[in-house]
Every structure is written in structure tokens, then in C-alpha cells.
Design a protein around this ligand. Structure first.
Ligand SMILES: *Cc1c(COP(=O)(O)O)cnc(C)c1O
Length: 395
């Protein structure tokens, strides 16, 4: 057991991030830093004979390098990248057919919720949202036509922790065809490896921690199954939701410091969370790294720690939230998370505004729920900023 009883970090993470798929021998020049190949087409020695690359949408050397590295970091066989996190999700649900059912966690990224309800349903898929921390509901909610289980853990924005291995086990016992997907955006492969816990596919918005510099929109999927990989590889090309080589280069570069960044996010977020816990105006802190978190034990069983994103509730209402968020100076009021810079937002009016009000109320996404993404600034400065914002909001 490692820190605070969390799962022990596997050795070699940074070595993989720096070297996997990036052997200088891959390139004629011996380039140590993988080159950015911008060519959209590749010369063929004879008609319909190619040397591994033919057209930039179906494959690109810079992209392949990143995909290999991503696969290795998650302990998976295959990695695929997409133009965005939602692009990855769009591709994954395109594995399904009209009439198929997706069982999804009730508290997921607002854009995924919107994609499922406003797009997938229109294409004839059926979606059910359920609280995945209540394991008994999963068994009850699996239908004959259930083909995909969509887990996000910790959930967004309430930070509930879902037991991946328990759900994957139920899914497999009910129907071997069910694909269990885990959106691992909040934790990255450094803090959680869903394939180790029985998931079939890990999906990412690389836009967040994996890239970590708030300058690229990209998504990925990592998996082990040969058949599923063939189908996804086909869809990646057929649907055309692919990233640019320039962006692939940036994400690959960012992965080099992922372990360092995540260690710092992990430490600072706990310091800030513990400070909030003691603040007189704070009524609840939702952070899986705190022993008071309702699924702290599940968190310790499947995570090596928690990242910088978490939420808290205060004793005021919308007025205080507005005042608080317009008073922060070091934290930036903005959507997104996972960058080196600290962000704060109001899910009810911002990231989760697209979730129907009824569902929001049921979940507890109230106007006094604030989500933070603790960045890499000094924790003392972040606390001083929150402190003055509380004073301004509750004066
Ligand atoms: C941002 C996000 C997405 C969507 O990713 P994009 O890159 O913005 O398309 C999906 N899931 C989670 C948890 C996210 O935070």
C-alpha cells in the first residue's frame, strides 16, 4: 500500500511516457524527439502497395507514436486518438446499432450526457442513467439489449467513486457482449488504470490532464481486444474524427511530465481540500482523497491517489456563488480542468447547464456547488485567493 492506503504506484510510468513508441530507430534521421509529419499522403512503391502509410486520415507517423505511448501507459495493447474527447465517445457509441441500450452513470460529463440524449437517442439507441455507486441498481438496469456500460469515475461534478471491477464483473456475468467503458479523464493513467480492473475500453479527453497545458483539444481510447480494435480503427478512419499531427506532437510532449504534474496536483488538491473542510462557510467537500469521502475505500482500492479536480458546497446560494466566482483572482473562472492553471466554475450554470434541471436537482448539482481544478501554482497562494473570495462573498 502506498500513500494513505491508496493502491501502490506501478514502477516505470515515466520511463514508458518518455520512451514507449518513440525509439529513435523508427526514423531514418534517428530523431530523438518524434518528428511532426504533416504530409497528408504517402508515396507508394507500386499501385495499392504501401509502406504502412497511405493517407493521413487512416494513419500518420506522429499520431501512431502518440497512440503507442498512450496504450503503454494504460497497460493496453492498442491506443487510438480522436479529434476530441467527445469525438472518441462518438466513435465508441458508433460500435452500437439502432435499438441497442447504453447504461450510463447518472453523474457524467455534461457533454457526454448531451451526446447520449440528443444524438444517440435520435439514432435509435436507448439510454438509462443510474447511480453507479448503488451496485444493486446495475444488475436491475441491465436489459436484454444492453450493449455498453458507461462509467465515469470519479463522477463529474459530484466526485462519486464507482467500483470498476464490481461493475465489469456484473456486466460480463450477464452478457459477454457488453462493452464496459471507463472515462478516465479526471485521473489519467497515472492515477488509475481501468483495464487492470476489468474494463474493456478506457476513454479520455486528452484535453484535460493528459495534455495538461490547456492548448489542445483531443481524445483517445485504449483497449486490449483485437476484434474491438479492428472495428474502432475502421470507424476512426470511416468517420474521420482524427486529430492533427501538430496536436499529437504537443500531447506526446506533455506526457513526459504527466507523473510529475499529477503528483503535484494530488498533493496541492489535498492541501486545499483540507483547508476548505475547516472553513466555516463550507458545508461539504467532495474529494475522494479525504477519509470522510463516502467511497474512500473504493477509491483506495482502484486509484493510486486523486487529482486536482473536486467540488465543495457552501452555506450560501446563487448570490454568494456569483460573488465568490467573480472575486477569485488567481483561480480563473472558466470551464475545463486539468491544466497547470487553477480554475473554478459553477456546474449548475456552466459545465452542467445542458443537463435537464430535474436531473440536476435530483443529483444535487445546486447553485452552491463549486468545482475547482487545482493547478500547479503554490498551494498557499491558492488558499489565500479562496480565503479572500469567501470574505467578499459572505461580507
Ligand atoms: C472534457 C471532458 C470530456 C470531453 O472532452 P473534449 O475533449 O472536451 O471533447 C469528456 N469527459 C470528461 C470527464 C471531460 O472532462
Amino acid at each position: 500500500m502506498g500513500d494513505q492506503g491508496f493502491l501502490k504506484q506501478r514502477p516505470g510510468f515515466s520511463t514508458i511516457a518518455i520512451h514507449a513508441g518513440q525509439e529513435p530507430e523508427k526514423w531514418k534521421s534517428g530523431a530523438v524527439v518524434p518528428p511532426i509529419v504533416t504530409s497528408t499522403t504517402f508515396k507508394q512503391p507500386a499501385p495499392a502497395e504501401h509502406t504502412g502509410f497511405e493517407y493521413g486520415r487512416s494513419g500518420n507517423p506522429t499520431r501512431n507514436t502518440l497512440e503507442e505511448c498512450l496504450a503503454a501507459l494504460d497497460g493496453g495493447k492498442y491506443g487510438l486518438t480522436f479529434a476530441s474527447g467527445l469525438g472518441a465517445t462518438t466513435t465508441l457509441i458508433s460500435l452500437l446499432n439502432k435499438g441497442d441500450h447504453i447504461l450510463a452513470c447518472d453523474d457524467i460529463y455534461g457533454g457526454t450526457n448531451r451526446l447520449f440524449r440528443k444524438v444517440a437517442e435520435r439514432f435509435g439507441m436507448e439510454i438509462t442513467f443510474v447511480d453507479f455507486t448503488r451496485i444493486e441498481l446495475i444488475d436491475e438496469s441491465i436489459q436484454k439489449n444492453t450493449k455498453m456500460i458507461w462509467i465515469e469515475t470519479p463522477t463529474n461534478p459530484l466526485l462519486k467513486v464507482v467500483d470498476i471491477s464490481a461493475i465489469a464483473k456484473i456486466a460480463k456475468s450477464r452478457n459477454a457482449e457488453i462493452i464496459t467503458v471507463v472515462d478516465n479523464t479526471f485521473l489519467t493513467s497515472y492515477l488509475q488504470r481501468p483495464l487492470d480492473h476489468g474494463a474493456d475500453i478506457v476513454v479520455y479527453s486528452l484535453t484535460k490532464y493528459m495534455n495538461g497545458h490547456s492548448d489542445v483539444i483531443m481524445g483517445a481510447a485504449v483497449l486490449n481486444d483485437d476484434e474491438l480494435e479492428k472495428r474502432l480503427r475502421f470507424l476512426q478512419n470511416a468517420m474521420g474524427i482524427v486529430p492533427s499531427p501538430m496536436d499529437c506532437y504537443l500531447v506526446n510532449r506533455s506526457l513526459k511530465t504527466l507523473a510529475l504534474r499529477m503528483e503535484q496536483h494530488k498533493k496541492s488538491s489535498l492541501v486545499v481540500a483540507n483547508w476548505l473542510l475547516k472553513h466555516p462557510k463550507v458545508t461539504e467537500v467532495m474529494h475522494p482523497g479525504l477519509p470522510c469521502h463516502p467511497q474512500h475505500d473504493v477509491a483506495r482500492k482502484q486509484m493510486t491517489g486523486h487529482s486536482g479536480v473536486f467540488s465543495f458546497k457552501h452555506s450560501g446560494g446563487l448570490k454568494e456563488s456569483r460573488k465568490f466566482l467573480s472575486s477569485i483572482k488567481l483561480f480563473t473562472l472558466a470551464e475545463s480542468l486539468g491544466g497547470y492553471e487553477s480554475l473554478a466554475e459553477l456546474p449548475s450554470l456552466m459545465t452542467h447547464a445542458s443537463v435537464p434541471e430535474e436531473q440536476r436537482v435530483e443529483l444535487g448539482i445546486t447553485d452552491s456547488l463549486i468545482r475547482l481544478s487545482v493547478g500547479l501554482e503554490d498551494a498557499d497562494d491558492l488558499i489565500a485567493d479562496l480565503d479572500q473570495a469567501f470574505r467578499a462573498a459572505f461580507e
